[in-house]
Design a protein around this ligand. Sequence first.
Ligand SMILES: [Mn+2]
Length: 305
Amino acid sequence: MKIVTSGASYIDIDAYAGCIAYAELLRLQGEDALAVCTAPLNESVNDTIRSWDASIQTAHEPSERDEFIMIDVSHPEYFDTIVNIEKVSEVIDHHPGFEQYWRDRVGDRALIEFIGAACTLVYEKWKSAGLLDSMSVTSARLLICGILDNTLNFGAKVTTQRDIEAYEELLKIANLPGDFTAQYFSECQSAILRDLVGAMRGDTKVLSFQSFGRPMSVGQLVVWDGSKILAENQDTISQTLSAVKPDWYMNLVVVGEGKSYFIAENREVQHWLEKLLDVRFDNNAAVADRLWLRKEIIKQDIERA
Ligand SMILES: [Mn+2]
């Protein structure tokens, strides 16, 4: 059995969709394949997506003949706990760092490229197999959501022309309403707001920037419309992040506006962000003219240091 799976701590829509759609492709090609993820799903797999008839299992009884195919993850420490690393036969991922490691182990069955979404790579597998006409509507929809989420509606700097092409071709299969993108991100935002503290804890990291003297807690939330969260939740954001470290900031990635909103209360942190990202704080909030991802801010810090 080919077990198509992903990471251990949580599964986002790029991993979830990639596993399901790739297992479907393998079955069409006559393989015995199954998508299995035992990790919890995060808010990017919203209730609408969970209601679709996707074929994925949350548990697996190991067998001698199992082979593992990894989607959206290539760092062996992050693999789903069901994975036996000696039996990994294929890796499809868009995170850098383990390209050579996997090339040495599985040769050209390692497809690791730094593009917007792992779902784009899975789409390209379907395309090169010549089987796009046979893709289920559900798989096309799932792959679209993975691409929208991981590229932040194509606003993230990691987005490539290949992600855009995959999205456009999948739209022809998916039969989705015209306002689907807003619907998708708005629904994810509602899930975040239902448990804001839980969502923040799930995506807060303690980072030591070279151009700032002390470690700070950095929150990041991806939403569609930022004004509501800012107006109603500044106290919750402040309390949750300052409980982790006294120096903190929140990056609210507002996909619907193509902008990041930064929230910080400490003047030292505000000055540091103003200098690093060319933004201006007013009332503990600053608006950037673009989307910033945490990893891009880390890169900016290293380049400017
Ligand atoms: Mn991904």
